[in-house]
Design a protein around this ligand. Structure first.
Ligand SMILES: Cc1ncc(COP(=O)(O)O)c(C=O)c1O
Length: 356
């Protein structure tokens, strides 16, 4: 159990009104959680303090070698007033998997959860109420040794910041156009693809800019060795419903093990829908889209829950999927997961964690 010191702001910011569109990642709440790591002492001085700039030396290792990790999850306001986290244990487990991969000391799961609950509780009034809105939670750790040279840092800073976010789909679930990238790659097996760390995202920028310039909203990555097998979308895992079966790439070491991915697979299995986690070639996807065997395609991730795919571009071909409309299964999954997140539907044991 952490002994968390709480220092409240004396200068609170106005909380955005319910009509504010809350553009993702632009507004931050009044407080943040901070905890430091010092080799030989462990994680020390857990505290909630006013949201403020931090001061770091220019030589700080994170700036030069990218030793940093982050997570993303949300807190929701249920109709009965409860504040709910969705499967925070999965994010904590993934955070520590990332930590192990990039040589950051782990944070005990119960301390991590206590930190999340404490800071969310302090800024509970910032959780928006309108349908589809939530409080995005961004835990992250940076290497803070003032040192040039490649080795794991001996000191770190763990922080949690909070940002109220608007409905991802203010006009309903609109299918997105996806660009299958055949030039750049994001990750390779044995690398850091399955870790949630900044390096994977900087590796994705070039292709993302190219896809955006061509009118596509997201990049679908192929494997880094053969450029043949489907991996994942920019910040989402990908699923296809082909001839009644939900098919998604197996967790092979180079894709992020999404919490939403796991939740969708659990629900489909519970509903008796056949599910396959396996290697899927881009040729299989193209063929299924051409013949009409591809009934639905959708991305899964915390930001959007489900993002239906309306069109896929590969080489010089553009394939339309599901008539450009959201599929029945995508819709059912979206309604169920958002229902569980908002406490309207009873989900599997442990999926909803109340912040008291
Ligand atoms: C690269 C990548 N893949 C997949 C996901 C989806 O993961 P989750 O469902 O845990 O949000 C994310 C978002 O966190 C991501 O950044």
């Amino acid at each position: 159990m952490l002994d968390i010191r709480i220092e409240k702001t004396t200068n609170p910011k106005p909380i955005p009104g319910e009509d504010n569109p809350l553009v993702f990642g632009t507004i931050f709440t009044d407080h943040m959680f901070v905890m430091d790591y010092v080799k030989g002492q462990g994680w020390i001085d857990p505290r909630v303090v006013p949201y403020q700039p931090i001061s770091l030396e220019p030589s700080c290792m994170v700036f030069h070698y990218g030793q940093e990790m982050f997570e993303g999850l949300k807190a929701y306001k249920a109709a009965d007033g409860r504040t709910l986290l969705f499967r925070p244990d999965k994010n904590i487990e993934r955070a520590n998997r990332t930590n192990r991969r990039i040589c950051i000391p782990e944070i005990p799961a119960e301390d991590f959860l206590q930190a999340l609950k404490t800071v969310v509780k302090v800024d509970e009034a910032w959780i928006p109420h309108k349908e589809g809105t939530s409080l995005y939670i961004r835990p992250f750790i940076i290497a803070t040794d003032p040192f040039l040279g490649v080795r794991p840092s001996d000191t770190y800073k763990f922080m949690i910041i909070l940002s109220p976010v608007g409905a991802y789909y203010p006009e309903g679930l609109n299918p997105v156009k996806i660009w299958i990238e055949d030039e750049y790659v994001r990750a390779v097996r044995g690398g850091i693809g399955e870790a949630k760390t900044g390096g994977n995202y900087v590796a994705s920028l070039k292709a993302q800019v190219k896809a955006h310039d061509d009118g596509y909203s997201q990049v679908l990555w192929l494997d880094g060795v053969h450029r043949k097998y489907i991996e994942e979308v920019g910040a989402m895992n990908i699923m296809f419903k082909i001839n009644g079966t939900v098919v998604t790439p197996a967790l092979n070491g180079s894709i992020l093990p999404g919490v939403t991915r796991d939740s969708v697979l659990c629900l489909c299995r519970e509903w008796g829908i056949p599910v396959e986690e396996r290697q899927i070639s881009v040729d299989e996807v193209v063929e299924a889209a051409r013949t009409g065997a591809m009934e639905e395609a959708f991305g899964t991730g915390t930001a959007a829950v489900i993002s239906p795919v309306g069109a896929l571009r590969y080489e010089n071909d553009v394939m339309e999927i599901g008539g450009g409309k959201i599929g029945e299964l995508s819709h059912r999954i979206y309604e169920t997961i958002t229902g569980i997140q908002l406490g309207r539907i009873q989900g599997p044991k442990g999926w909803s964690v109340e912040v008291k």
